[in-house]
Design a protein around this ligand. Structure first.
Ligand SMILES: [Zn+2]
Length: 340
C-alpha cells in the first residue's frame, strides 16, 4: 500500500501479541538445527510452507499443527529468551512504543522438561535485553489455557505471582492475566477463583472471548470475570445489550483482523465487524495476535484497517489512545509513552 511507510512510522500501542505464537521462521530453523529437533522438513523454504498460515484454516487441527512447530523450539531458557527479544524487535519494527506480550507457561512446558520458573526466567531475560536495546515499554501477561488441567493452571498462576513479588530484573513487568484457547464447551466456573486471585494481586484481567463464540459468551465472560479487556470479542457486534455494556463499563476489545479471518472467525476481512464496533463507540484496539505464525506484521493490520475500513490517521490516533488508556502497566510508565 502506498502509505505503508507512513503507517510503519506511526507510534503504536499493541496489547495483544502471543510470544509463544509468533516465532520467526528463520529462528525456528536455527534453533532446530542447533538443538537437533526434527521439524519434518528438509529446507527453510519447506518450513515456510508448513509453519505459516496464509489461507483460512479448514480445521482446528490444521492450525494446532502449526502452533506445535513453534512450540517445539521453545525448548530452553536461551530459546525462550531469544524469541521474547525477537518479539520485542518485531514490535519495534512495527512502530510500537508500548507492547504487552503474552505467554502461557503451562502450554510451553507441556511435553518438555522445562519448569514454569525456567520459562518465566527466559521471558524476563529476553524482555530485559529487548528493553535495554530499544525505546519501548513492555508489559507481560500470563495466560492460563482453558481446558488445561486445573493443577497446571493453579501452579502457573502461583509461579507468575511469586515472580511478580520477587525482585528479578523485569519481574515488575508482569502486569496481566489472560484466559485463552477454546472457549465453547469449557466450563468457566473453575477458573473464576484464579482470575479473582490474579486481580487481588494487582494484575489486569483480559479474557479471550467471543472470537468464534456468540455474544452470550461475552456476556457470561463480563459477568463471571469482570475483565478490563477482552481478547477479540468481535461477536459483540449484533448484540446491543453486550455492546452497551462494553461501552458503559469501558471494557476494551483487543481486535486482530487477519487472525480472525485466518481462523475462520469472520468470512472475509471486508466483513469484519471492527469498523462497526469502532463507529458504534465500543472501545477497540488493533493487534497482530500471532504475526509470525500468520505471515503478517502489525503494520499489515493497520493497512487492512486503512484499506478495508477507511480508518484515517485520526482514527488510528484515537485507537492508540484507547489502547494506552487500557494498558495494564503502571501510570508512571504510561506517562513516558508518547504517541502523538
Ligand atoms: Zn490471542
Amino acid at each position: 500500500m502506498s502509505n505503508g511507510s507512513g503507517l510503519r512510522a506511526l507510534p503504536k500501542v499493541e496489547l495483544h501479541r502471543h510470544l509463544d505464537g509468533s516465532v520467526r521462521v528463520q529462528t525456528i530453523w536455527e534453533i532446530a538445527a542447533e538443538t537437533g529437533i526434527d521439524l519434518g522438513v528438509r529446507s527453510l523454504e519447506e518450513l515456510r510452507e508448513t509453519a505459516v498460515i496464509r489461507e483460512p484454516v479448514t480445521s482446528l487441527s490444521q492450525a494446532l499443527a502449526r502452533f506445535e512447530t513453534q512450540k517445539k523450539v521453545l525448548c530452553s531458557f536461551h530459546a525462550i529468551s531469544r524469541v521474547t527479544r525477537e518479539n520485542i524487535e518485531d514490535a519495534v519494527n512495527d512502530g510500537v512504543k508500548l507492547l504487552e506480550l503474552r505467554f502461557a507457561p503451562a502450554f510451553i512446558a507441556e511435553g518438555t522438561a522445562l519448569s514454569n520458573d525456567e520459562i518465566i526466567a527466559g521471558v524476563l531475560d529476553g524482555l530485559s535485553q529487548g528493553m535495554a536495546r530499544h525505546p519501548i515499554e513492555v508489559g507481560l501477561i500470563g495466560i492460563l489455557p482453558r481446558g488445561f488441567p486445573a493443577s497446571a493452571n493453579e501452579r502457573a498462576l502461583e509461579d507468575l505471582l511469586r515472580w511478580k513479588r520477587g525482585n528479578a530484573a523485569g519481574a515488575d513487568r508482569i502486569c496481566g492475566l489472560d484466559l485463552a484457547a477454546v472457549e465453547a464447551g469449557i466450563d468457566p466456573l473453575p477458573l473464576v477463583p484464579l482470575v479473582d486471585k490474579a486481580r487481588e494481586a494487582g494484575l489486569g484481567i483480559t479474557i479471550h472471548s467471543g472470537e468464534d463464540t456468540d455474544a452470550a459468551h461475552i456476556a457470561r465472560t463480563l459477568q463471571l470475570f469482570r475483565p478490563d479487556r477482552i481478547g477479540h470479542g468481535i461477536r459483540a457486534w449484533g448484540s446491543t445489550a453486550v455492546m452497551n455494556r462494553l461501552i458503559a463499563e469501558d471494557v476494551l476489545l483487543e481486535v486482530c483482523p487477519t487472525s480472525n479471518w485466518l481462523t475462520g472467525s469472520v468470512p472475509s476481512l471486508d466483513r469484519h465487524p471492527l469498523p462497526h464496533l469502532y463507529r458504534a463507540g465500543v472501545p477497540v484496539s488493533i493487534n497482530s495476535d500471532d504475526p509470525n505464525l500468520m505471515g503478517i506484521d502489525l503494520v499489515h493490520e493497520y493497512e487492512v484497517c486503512a484499506r478495508h475500513y477507511g480508518f484515517s490517521r485520526e482514527d488510528f490516533l484515537s485507537l492508540n489512545e484507547a489502547a494506552l488508556r487500557h494498558s495494564f502497566l503502571p501510570r508512571e510508565t504510561l506517562d513516558r509513552v508518547k504517541i502523538r
